[in-house]
Ligand binder design. Structure first.
Ligand SMILES: [Zn+2]
Length: 190
């Protein structure tokens, strides 16, 4: 089932995300719905809070980028309870990012593209891997969602100022995107 994408300003994107245990209700259905939603919206990664569920689950499929990044061919990952250690000795790289929850905005984000990732798969088997390059960026972007952080929190203050009115509009529910989305509930003045 395709789920609506929660948009910048919605409190679910800034709420605590729970650790997922094997008894999590309807876990496999949720993961399938996240996949379906991500393919429908043409994303390359999606985190559970983006579909309104505050749980530590991420799905990534970067195969579509294999033309530019051959190492991404057939790379698909379900990450449950992922943990990232960034290699602080590596130099940061700046690249443009976007996000299904922040439609119409693409901005440069500086990140270190060298991480050690530990996670559980859908069967709760433990994995760990050193990841470099673009995939390390995508993993960090998605795992940021689990820490209530959006890529626009990581852009330069000047760029943030420039896109401020667009972000304010999103918070007020003025957003145009070609998929089903859910904006922040309207705050009524008392
Ligand atoms: Zn995102």
């Amino acid at each position: 089932m395709i789920l609506p994408i929660y948009i910048y300003g919605h409190p679910v994107l800034r709420a605590q995300n729970a650790v997922v245990t094997p008894d999590y209700p309807n876990l496999h259905e949720l993961i399938e719905n996240m996949k379906e939603t991500m393919y429908h919206t043409q994303g390359i990664g999606i985190a559970a809070p983006q579909v309104g569920v505050n749980a530590r689950i991420v799905y990534i499929d970067v195969d579509v980028l294999a033309e530019d990044f051959p190492e991404l061919k057939d790379v698909r990952m379900v990450l449950i309870n992922p943990k990232i250690e960034v290699d602080e000795n590596a130099s940061p790289v700046t690249r443009e990012e976007g996000c299904l929850s922040v439609p119409g905005i693409h901005e440069n984000v500086q990140r270190i593209e060298k991480i050690h990732l530990t996670w559980q798969d859908e069967q709760f088997e433990q994995h760990e891997k050193d990841i470099e390059g673009y995939l390390a960026r995508v993993v960090q972007h998605e795992c940021d969602h689990l820490e209530k952080t959006l890529f626009v929190d990581r852009i330069s203050p000047i760029r943030k100022q420039i896109i401020r009115s667009k972000l304010n509009n999103m918070m007020k529910g003025k957003v145009s995107c070609d998929y089903n989305c859910k904006v922040a509930p309207i705050k009524r003045r008392k």
